[in-house]
Design a protein around this ligand. Structure first.
Ligand SMILES: Cc1cc2nc3c(=O)[nH]c(=O)nc-3n(C[C@H](O)[C@H](O)[C@H](O)COP(=O)(O)OP(=O)(O)OC[C@H]3O[C@@H](n4cnc5c(N)ncnc54)[C@H](O)[C@@H]3O)c2cc1C
Length: 360
């Protein structure tokens, strides 16, 4: 009999996993969300597909592999994901810091290229303040994550997925150490496997099992600015100590900003206005920029910022997927997780990311 699998949470992680499971198996898959797909942290993501630098080697390598997996997913969906392939440009506070960043990563065979001022000017002609040197990573890209979710969800539904939005999972159902399903606000649903991809809410769902998940809610701000021709205004992702910015479709510029605290002087509105000013100070052609919207997304942030993936303790029928940088990591981690969920095998690339590393 085909396996019955319930996925709790339809963010980028839950939707991508549903896509893999329905494409590559005959499993009977149900995807539940208390809201609608993509409207958790995913909705407010900057959605930069990037390598993470200055982290443990195994994690940097996972992120590199994750970039490749986006290629594979793009091929499998016939280019419908509309990935933007323009690369990312970054620099640090001083030339020395940027040089040492480039040097250390080139030594590790990372695809980081140094650019001179002339080359930076060529890549980003509207920038006003150029550093002497910048790091360029051709392989880094960006997506419209809600578009990706739409495409993957449509295909998964065509392949037999049952998608139930507006369905809140209240608790996990269990028989001793075996998780047997979920209790929603509407009914009990039973399955062979329950997958938790509920973002920050994974913590609450695991509490009744006496599992204290080392994951905290980490707010971060996303802004959209309007520009009549954003693709000419900015060509690549630009990340500097002052700003993280990129074009978004033809008429918007997307900016990510740190959330500082909940004081009035650091409110998202104030941060959004300051960010607009920063972009205007740094770019020509920016007088037509206006603030369209801003939102605060709550990132599910594991304590050491690396994913938590796999079975939980001695519970059977339960599999957890909690991660930061869920946009870049989802295709790779979901493909590997699919193999573990369907075939009960151990994927070596996931071994460093078990909950057990925290001593739980
Ligand atoms: C401003 C900002 C910038 C970011 N930039 C990047 C970036 O450039 N690159 C990158 O890779 N990542 C980035 N991230 C992080 C990335 O967006 C997250 O890691 C990712 O979206 C997490 O996805 P998720 O599916 O795990 O969680 P979520 O998107 O939060 O999805 C969880 C889903 O579970 C549902 N849910 C929760 N509880 C229940 C329940 N009890 N029953 C049913 N459903 C439930 C929710 O409704 C939600 O839809 C950024 C995040 C923010 C906020």
């Amino acid at each position: 009999m085909d396996k019955k699998i319930i996925i709790v949470g339809a963010g980028i992680v839950g939707v991508t996993l549903a896509w893999y499971l329905t494409r590559y198996s005959k499993a009977n898959v149900i995807l539940l969300d208390q809201s609608i797909a993509g409207h958790g942290a995913t909705k407010s993501s900057f959605a930069w597909l990037n390598v993470s630098y200055n982290r443990p080697d195994f994690y940097q390598n996972l992120r590199l592999k994750a970039l490749d997996e986006w290629h594979a997913l793009d091929d499998a969906t016939q280019g419908k994901l509309n990935i933007s392939w323009n690369g990312a440009l970054s620099w640090h506070d001083t030339n020395e810091q940027t040089e040492s960043f480039i040097q250390s990563h080139v030594e590790q065979q990372f695809p980081v290229e140094p650019l001179t001022t002339k080359e930076i000017t060529h890549k980003e002609p509207k920038l006003l303040n150029y550093p002497d040197i910048a790091a360029f990573v051709k392989e880094e890209r960006s997506v419209d994550q809600l578009h990706v979710i739409k495409i993957l969800l449509e295909e998964a539904c065509q392949n037999g997925l049952t998608y139930l939005p507006n369905t809140n999972v209240v608790q996990l159902l269990k028989n001793d150490k075996n998780i047997t399903g979920v209790l929603t606000d509407q009914e009990e649903l039973y399955a062979d496997q329950v997958i938790l991809s509920a973002g920050v809410n994974n913590t609450d769902l695991l509490k009744p099992l006496d599992i204290d998940l080392p994951l905290f809610p980490s707010p971060c701000i996303l802004l959209h600015l309007n520009h009549p021709n954003s693709q000419e205004f900015i060509h690549r992702i630009i990340s500097t100590p002052e700003m993280e910015v990129r074009a978004f479709h033809d008429h918007q510029v997307r900016v990510a900003e740190d959330y500082i605290d909940d004081t009035v002087e650091n409110s998202p509105e104030v941060i959004a206005q300051n960010a607009l000013q920063t972009i205007q100070n740094n770019f020509a052609w920016s007088e037509q920029l206006t603030l369209d919207s801003y939102s605060v997304g709550i990132r599910p942030m594991p304590k050491d910022e690396m994913p938590i993936i796999g079975k939980i303790g001695d519970y059977s029928g339960l599999y957890l997927m909690a991660m930061h940088a869920g946009i870049v990591l989802s295709p790779l981690i979901c493909r590997l997780a699919m193999n573990e969920i369907l075939h009960d095998k151990v994927e070596q690339d996931l071994e460093p990311y078990r909950l057990s590393r925290f001593g739980n």
